[in-house]
Design a protein around this ligand. Structure first.
Ligand code: 5GP
Length: 143
């Protein structure tokens, strides 16, 4: 999938936003949604999306929606830090297949990091659902 092209309204994250596909939600408002990554690169890996924008990547999003998304990313990162007390946080975002993107609804990764632990494989093993739910509840309680 190149950087340019049509938004697929049936991509996984669009389906999660619509509620057609289950997800472990952390928090949401009318514009943004934060939910747990089911193939986490570290425990506590959260994804943040804009719910109204149909941007596939950072090139396409309206600046005011990008501002809303950025604020949601910071709110999520602060809660992750308070809840999980990581040593660091990696915030990342991929654009186009060549840029490492696999789901073409713009999203930002918030990943808590531990000293001496390298980042897990992108798209690695599936998480335990009970662990994801416990992490989401802890992060939500720290908002
Ligand atoms: P990208 O590679 O596009 O930046 O990241 C897509 C992310 O979505 C990956 O980290 C992957 O683990 C995650 N992911 C893929 N499918 C699903 C899914 O069905 N549910 C959730 N919660 N995350 C997913």
């Amino acid at each position: 999938m190149s950087l340019h092209g049509a938004y697929d309204p049936d991509n996984i994250f669009a389906r999660i936003v619509r509620g057609d596909m289950p997800s472990v939600k952390v928090w949401e408002d009318e514009k943004v949604l934060a939910f747990m990554d089911v193939f986490p690169q570290a425990p506590g890996h959260v994804l943040v999306v804009h719910k109204l924008s149909r941007a596939r990547n950072i090139l396409e999003i309206e600046p005011h929606e990008l501002t809303e998304l950025a604020a949601a990313v910071q709110k999520t990162a602060r809660a992750v830090e308070r809840a999980l007390k990581p040593d660091g946080l990696t915030v990342m975002q991929f654009n186009g297949e060549a840029g490492g993107q696999t789901v073409f609804h713009l999203h930002v990764h918030v990943i808590p990091r531990r000293e001496g632990e390298s980042l897990g494989r992108h798209g690695g093993g599936m998480a335990d659902m009970d662990e994801l739910k416990a992490q989401a509840a802890a992060i939500a309680a720290a908002l």
